[in-house]
Design a binder for this molecule. Structure first.
Ligand SMILES: NC(=O)c1ccc[n+]([C@@H]2O[C@H](COP(=O)([O-])OP(=O)(O)OC[C@H]3O[C@@H](n4cnc5c(N)ncnc54)[C@H](OP(=O)(O)O)[C@@H]3O)[C@@H](O)[C@H]2O)c1
Length: 366
């Protein structure tokens, strides 16, 4: 029998997009969040869905959401602040788990801390199963498959096409503000190494134009070396900042130094959590339709020569996130995941299947 799908954070901006994408696939998720009135209204709108009240401030209420064999999808963020109760609940119950985080520190925690516990519990956990960082896992895995054993390095760049000015959700802004003051990581000499965000800048050919990105931590760093054990270096670059990349690099150097001084980091945290409130909605459908995604992966050999390059492109990141979470939840509920513990997107579902899922969610190879 297929497990239940529980969507935690359903009343948030990304949660709502995910619930709608699930309903569009004919799924009947249990909608979970902290506000019972908004849940009732949403459950009615989407065809009379079951609802459940849970609050991360009461971890038992989150724990009660799932049982073994269920699939827990969570969009409750920022994950550094609110993410642990859902991850704990999945591991405790032995439920499969998918989340929408893009935050490097939380991704690392899922792979390093929750992963071994999920393996013992016999459930799969796929963190960052949204626009951050599924398309790069797909493009990277396709490039590495083409490049073969000679490949020792892969670099992935994420870019926005069309009108980038449509804004981000309050949730993304809150998570990004949090991530800027944390150290990130890269895959170097066959291991995860801590480093500051925006330490490196690289440029990629995006639709015939050179565009810059700044380095960050992502799930590719953990997931791609498992598929391709000869990898020595994995880098992921965010290209949202365009010509501001150098300024971002300088700012990140400043915040990294600041975070080493006692008291300064908590000051920055206090300011970002005051300025960035979260739950402020996000771009509407018209704004999302005016922009798109473009992700490039380049696989190289030890001497730096290019062996393969793969590009995937398509819809706006929020639309993609809702739809790919719905796709992943449906597959996990019907057939489980292809392993247990913390898994990369390709490990969890298979390369061909993930490519099909991304196509259904609006991003495909170009
Ligand atoms: N990977 C990607 O590409 C991607 C894409 C989109 C979003 N995200 C991430 O997903 C997260 C959500 O983003 P968003 O845009 O949907 O932000 P949002 O609208 O602010 O949603 C945050 C959600 O967390 C819930 N929440 C906050 N405190 C809670 C608590 N104490 N107990 C239970 N729930 C609580 C909110 O509940 P209420 O509805 O009751 O306020 C809301 O549902 C963020 O971390 C964002 O960075 C990532």
């Amino acid at each position: 029998m297929a497990g239940r799908i529980v969507l935690f954070g359903a009343t948030g901006y990304t949660g709502r997009l995910t619930a709608e994408a699930m309903a569009a696939r004919g799924l009947r998720p249990v909608l979970a969040a902290r506000n019972v009135e908004r849940l009732r209204q949403m459950g009615d709108e989407l065809g009379g869905l079951e609802i459940a009240v849970a609050d991360v401030a009461r971890p038992d209420s989150v724990r009660a959401l799932v049982e073994r064999g269920d699939v827990l999808v969570t969009t409750v963020g920022p994950f550094a602040r609110h993410g642990d109760p859902a991850a704990e609940a999945a591991v405790a119950a032995g439920a499969h788990y998918l989340d929408s985080t893009g935050e490097p520190a939380f991704i690392r925690r899922v792979f390093e801390e929750y992963g071994p516990r999920a393996e013992s519990a016999g459930c799969g956990m796929v963190t960052a199963f949204g626009y951050d960082w599924v398309p790069g896992n797909l493009a990277g895995a396709l490039a590495l498959e083409e490049a073969g054993d000679e490949a020792t390095r892969v670099a992935v760049g994420y870019f926005i096409t069309g009108e980038a000015s449509g804004g981000t959700s309050g949730g993304t802004a809150a998570s990004a503000a949090g991530a800027l003051v944390e150290p990130v990581f890269a895959w170097r000499d066959g291991a995860i190494r801590t480093e500051r965000g925006a330490k490196r800048i690289a440029s990629f050919d995006v639709d015939g134009r050179r565009r810059q990105g700044i380095s960050t931590g992502a799930s590719e760093h953990f997931a791609l070396p498992r598929l391709h054990p000869s990898l020595r270096e994995v880098d992921v670059y965010l290209g949202w900042f365009g010509p501001l990349s150098r300024a971002m690099q300088a700012m990140s150097a400043g915040t990294s130094v600041a975070t080493l001084v006692p008291g300064v980091k908590s000051g920055i945290d206090a300011v970002t959590s005051r300025v960035v409130r979260g739950s402020t909605g996000g771009p509407d459908a018209a704004a999302r339709a005016r922009r798109g995604s473009y992700v490039v992966a380049v696989a190289c050999g030890a001497d730096g020569h290019r062996l393969a390059e793969v590009r995937v492109a398509g819809v706006d990141g929020y639309d993609f996130t809702g739809r790919i979470l719905a796709w992943g939840a449906e597959r996990s509920a019907a057939a489980g995941m292809r392993g247990s513990g913390a898994l990369g997107p390709v490990e969890a579902f298979g390369l061909e299947e993930l490519e099909g899922g991304c196509r259904e969610a609006g991003i495909e190879r170009v």
